[in-house]
Write a protein that binds this ligand. Sequence first.
Ligand code: AHG
Ligand code: MN
Ligand code: MN
Length: 338
Amino acid sequence: MNRIITLDEFIIKKQKDFDFASGELTGLLRDIGVAAKIVNREVNKAGLVNILGTEGEANASGDTVQKLDMYANDKLIDCLKNSGECCGIASEENEDFIPIPPVAGKDAKYVVVFDPLDGSSNIDVNVSVGTIFGIYRRKSKASGPCELQDFLQKGTDLVAAGYVLYGTSTILVYTTGRGVNGFTLDPTIGEFCLSHRDIKIPNRGNYYSVNQGYYLKFDVEMRRYIDHCSDMNLRMRYIGSMVSDIHRTLLQGGIFLYPNTRKYPKGKLRLLYECNPLAFIVEQAGGKAINTNLERIMEQDAHELHQRETIVIGSPEMVDEMKAFIERYSIPGYKVEG
Ligand code: AHG
Ligand code: MN
Ligand code: MN
């Protein structure tokens, strides 16, 4: 039997790889690992909601039951406050960023962006959900509170990113820019254990992943590309929680698309805490991530916290092929009427 390597052990061993090897990022990643375990416990109890109390009601212990997105949000913030390495967070669940006061007078150098519960509409039907996070070094001076500019950085500025998938098993996948590793939670010992070392995305895969229900709302060239996927006998898989769809794509290859639609002319997914962290992971695994303007996701300018972006992400050959396809079929200035 191979020796078990826990997430904490792995992070500490890898600390020397970082440019700023002072242990701060190590502390932050560990805090996120702790939050993931707490969220995992609660996600696993979701089916018991009718027994334990519904949202807004008091549960058996007298606490008010929260929506799971808010619960996950609060736990992540609580855990990130612990180590004093994070000076602020920006979350899908909060309109504005939240500054975190220094712990024991120490200047924190990092900010964290996250989607606390991705795919949350799947919770009530026992389908996988996830958490996505990205970590940036702050740009504002370390002695004061964090500022908006600390969060509005490009994906290329990320120092670490990851996701947790609460699926048939719970797995935490992260990168610090030196490859991608996955850690499966062993519930019997309560530890994330290294299970997927140095993940590499296959060059091609058998799946395409898109909400085909919006087919008629896509631009004409995108419809043609989707027809092409079908012509190539690719299998369609769409879970409706991006983390789950990207995890499958990462391990088995394929392509995931969320293009612009009439309802979401700029795409639906959020650049800061959905697209960029997942693009960083997929690129680190050898894949590609672009938008429907065929520009690299990680090079997009961020103007606001909840900015939306279109995305095409996955196996490198398939993203390249999609790009060539769209270039060939694009009619300049032509868009499907909204
Ligand atoms: P969230 O639950 O954080 O709001 O994210 C849901 C996102 C993403 O996970 C998923 O890929 C997408 O929304 C699904 O959207 P459609 O139902 O429009 O396909
Ligand atoms: Mn989401
Ligand atoms: Mn969410």
